[in-house]
Ligand binder design. Structure first.
Ligand code: AKB
Length: 340
């Protein structure tokens, strides 16, 4: 029997690293990795094919459809929130047009194979836009439908691509003569909180003060945290993020009652992160130097999200609470990494 083929875009990013390692260790799939930069050497032996290329390159995507019978696409490639604000139109091209290209590829593959290609899409808490700090603290645990008024290009892109996915899943070419006879894509999205990995440092995000602070302390580098100490966001460690992607991919379609799911693990203020990190790395030289513009963005993102739909529909539960995340994963792994 032919092995299942899984396409991962943005394979070189921090989520790509975690996902490729997990799939290679725990499953028997052929991984086709796509990224604009050459794939990290440590990931290459884990993939059956790795391609340096752009998700905006239609010829490249056309070749991919011909050469591989893809069962699942994890579309991880995107320009994160801070970087996107420096060049919003470029971000829109990559985040939206890139996603559209992949949805089209998935649709063609679904039609040819007669089986829906699964399209797993990481969305984000950036899809929310809470207007004031008072509302943010009063909002409590925010459901998927609330406050869908993002203030960043990245957040707008994520929210819109959630809708595009829903469209391609359920309404694609709804007026064409053959509508209803062709397989469509099976679109599933997760709104991730801020992610923290022991292996990689993200680039271009606005929740990045969490991982940056931790990695800088472990490396003995000075760090200026760019948000106020009271700034609170939901966070999650990378093993749980990868677990969520794989769990949602594996969930029976008939159990899914929505296209987009919140997930979360723990919420912390920047001060709480600082305290944990300072205790683990007493020599750390970390200060708060607020960047008002980036602060404004984080102030529109919820302190907590409600993930009861994910828990109900696909048995989501994080393996790492705050204590375990720092004491059993992040701190030991990061200490090991930088002491080498
Ligand atoms: C970012 O800060 O842009 C991302 C996100 C919250 O999606 N980490």
């Amino acid at each position: 029997m032919r092995k299942k083929v899984v396409l991962i875009t943005g394979a070189n990013g921090e989520m790509g690293h975690g996902l490729i390692q997990y799939l290679a260790e725990n499953t028997d799939v052929n991984i086709v990795a796509l990224d604009v930069t050459p794939l990290d050497k440590c990931l290459r032996p884990l993939c059956s094919t790795y391609i340096v290329g752009d998700i905006l390159d239609q010829m490249l995507l056309g070749r991919l459809v011909v050469e591989h019978e893809i069962a699942t696409i994890y579309h991880l490639a995107s320009i994160l929130s801070t970087k996107a604000e420096y060049n919003p139109e470029t971000a829109h091209r990559i985040n939206v047009e890139g996603t559209l290209n992949l949805l089209r590829l998935a649709t063609e593959q679904s039609q040819w194979q007669g089986i829906s290609v699964k399209f797993i899409y990481p969305s984000s808490i950036a899809a929310y836009g809470i207007p004031t700090l008072k509302e943010k603290s009063d909002a409590g645990s925010v459901t998927e439908e609330a406050y869908n008024h993002p203030t960043t290009m990245y957040g707008c892109n994520k929210l819109y691509c959630e809708h595009l996915g829903r469209y391609y899943n359920s309404y694609y070419r709804q007026l064409s003569a053959d509508c209803g006879t062709n397989q469509t894509v099976d679109f599933r999205a997760i709104r991730f909180p801020g992610l923290i990995s022991a292996e990689t440092i993200p680039t271009g995000g606005t929740s990045d003060y969490g991982p940056e602070l931790l990695h800088a302390a472990a490396k003995g580098e000075d760090y200026n945290c760019f948000v106020r100490p009271d700034t609170t966001l939901p966070f999650m460690v990378m093993p749980d993020a990868v677990k969520a992607l794989v769990l949602l991919e594996d969930a029976p379609k008939n159990r899914l009652s929505q296209y987009v799911y919140n997930i979360t693990s723990f919420s912390l203020s920047a001060q709480q992160i600082f305290d944990i990190v300072q205790k683990a790395f007493p020599e750390a030289n970390i200060h708060f130097a607020v960047d008002e513009c980036r602060q404004k963005i984080v102030d529109t993102w919820p302190e907590q999200v409600n993930d009861s739909a994910a828990r109900r529909d696909w048995d989501w539960a994080p393996d790492y609470d705050c204590e375990r995340s720092f004491n059993q994963y992040l701190i030991p792994a990061i200490k090991g990494r930088y002491s080498l």
